[in-house]
Ligand binder design. Structure first.
Ligand code: ATP
Ligand code: MG
Ligand code: MG
Ligand code: MG
Length: 469
């Protein structure tokens, strides 16, 4: 059986043998890129190479890139635990050509790797192309020998990849595997496509343009290639399991959580185990890359991820902080590939323990309020926004934690009322600030600023879920 660690090296070595430089993953916090919250794809570190601003000593590269999709244009936070394929933290395996080879060679390399080295069966595979991309469709026919019904033309942004609102972009071709009728879901482009039967595992992006502003798109100096294969998804396929959470790496993390808790997953609580394992990875890697929990920006996304995991630990009956007791298992699984994780082990443990110790002071009381106030609600009902705000303001429940808690019962939160309550709170704070003297700075301004940071951040997320952060 190929382990996650084996698959990573098979991929990198395949491209090395084909003339690519193995380049280390860049940090999760993009350097000098205020347009992006977290690194969400392998191409992020090469953005300026694609646009011609920066030169490298090589024209072909391959990476295993740490990615977090928990905010901004690509946000999978709400999917985790509910689909077989989405994680907030994952590794994206990629090969890149900076003005060297283009579509034909990219398709040929991909095809050789998946059918020869990984041994996938041709009759289980299908691809999508951007609807006007006859060229890509032609190469798939020629190289893979696919008939037209295996090359699905998609007219939407799903097959036009963009890093964010600006930056390099272009049409893309995604590779899917049909895992059989026993798994729910339809082929790409069908109404049931968001099921997990047809699993997307690789996206080949034909980088041709740069989106300069919302309105202006220009051609890149030289057409380039950017690809992204989800390591955990490939492991799921090669290990013959249904979800990424059943691959070797996740099994080991879930085992560590089970032994810390004294019981294992069952049909009722498995989602909590999965969320904990996933959020452990994203929290640990974010902390290792210098993000600390706070009330604004990146730090607030981290805090939201951590607190969600902590609620799930509580649901599983943890009577004391849990997350920091799982870090060793993650370091054992991933420390060799990511030495920064080993270096940051203590910091990760301490940060998780401090946050969980603090949050547990209000978590239990907050959860009982949540239960009490939602007791009479049924599927399709709305949870009171004022209470959601009290939970946020007094008990430290990020809005999405409350939403996550109610989601399985089909209950949503009255977001407009939540925002109103937040606004009233702001006004009150402003009014009392205006009426006081200098001495008020410390007592009012600092907490207020913290709050406003959190508020602005939430507003940003809710108002422009699709905007690049
Ligand atoms: P999906 O449609 O399944 O959400 P995507 O089209 O958003 O995936 P891309 O942006 O094309 O994904 O990223 C390239 C590859 O990275 C995907 O083909 C997949 O293998 C992997 N990937 C993307 N998002 C995730 C995620 N949240 N968790 C794990 N792997 C992911
Ligand atoms: Mg996606
Ligand atoms: Mg997709
Ligand atoms: Mg894709």
């Amino acid at each position: 059986m190929s382990s996650v660690n084996d698959i990573r090296s098979t991929f990198l070595n395949f491209f090395k043998e084909n003339g690519h430089e193995i380049v280390a993953s860049s940090p999760l916090v993009p350097r000098n890129d205020p347009t992006l919250m977290f690194t969400n794809a392998g191409m992020v570190q090469f953005k300026n190479v694609f646009t011609g601003v920066e030169k490298r000593a090589y024209q072909r590269a391959t990476t295993s890139q740490k990615c977090v999709r928990a905010g901004g244009k690509h946000n999978d936070l709400d999917n985790v635990g509910y689909t077989a394929r989405h994680l907030t933290f994952f590794e994206m395996l990629g090969n890149f050509s900076f003005g060297d080879y283009f579509k034909e060679r990219a398709i040929e390399l991909a095809w050789n790797l998946i059918t020869k080295d990984f041994g996938l069966k041709k009759d289980k595979l299908l691809v999508t192309v951007y609807h006007t991309d006859d060229e890509a469709a032609g190469y798939w026919k020629k190289i893979a020998g696919f008939s037209d019904d295996r090359i699905i033309r998609i007219p939407t942004s799903d097959n036009f990849w963009a890093m964010g609102d600006t930056g390099p972009c272009g049409p893309c071709s995604e590779i899917f595997i049909d895992r059989g009728e026993h798994i729910w879901g339809g082929p790409p482009g069908s109404p049931e496509e968001d099921g997990d039967r047809f699993l997307e595992f690789w996206n080949l992006v034909f980088m041709q343009y740069e989106q300069v502003t919302k309105e202006e798109r220009v051609a890149l100096p030289r057409p380039s290639i950017d690809t992204g294969m989800g390591l955990e998804r490939m492991a799921c396929i090669l290990q013959g399991v249904e979800s990424v959470f059943e691959t070797d790496l996740f099994r080991h993390l879930i085992e560590a959580a089970s032994s810390a808790l004294g019981h294992g997953p069952n049909a009722q609580n498995v989602a909590s185990y999965r969320v904990i394992a996933d959020h452990l990875r994203s929290s640990a890697f974010l902390i290792a890359d210098g993000v600390l929990p706070s009330n604004e920006g990146r730090g607030y996304v981290l805090r939201r991820i951590m607190r969600r995991a902590m609620r799930h630990a509580q649901l599983l009956g943890a009577s004391e902080p849990l997350m920091h007791r799982l870090v060793w298992a993650l370091v054992r699984e991933m420390g060799q590939a990511y030495p920064d994780l080993v270096r940051a082990e203590k910091l990760i443990e301490e940060t998780l323990q401090l946050e969980e110790t603090r949050f547990r002071k209000t978590l239990v009381r907050g959860l009982s309020i949540l239960d009490e106030k939602s007791a009479g609600l049924k599927k399709g009902d709305m949870f009171d926004g004022d209470t959601a705000f009290t939970l946020y303001d007094t008990y430290g429940f990020p809005l999405d934690l409350t939403q996550d808690a109610l989601k399985s019962r089909g209950i949503s939160v009255d977001q407009a009322a939540f925002t109103d309550a937040m606004e009233r709170q702001r006004e009150k704070a402003r009014a009392s600030w205006a009426g006081s003297g200098e001495a008020a700075t410390e007592t009012i301004w600092f907490p207020l600023r913290e709050k406003l940071g959190a508020t602005e951040f939430l507003g940003y997320e809710t108002e422009s879920a699709e905007g690049a952060v």
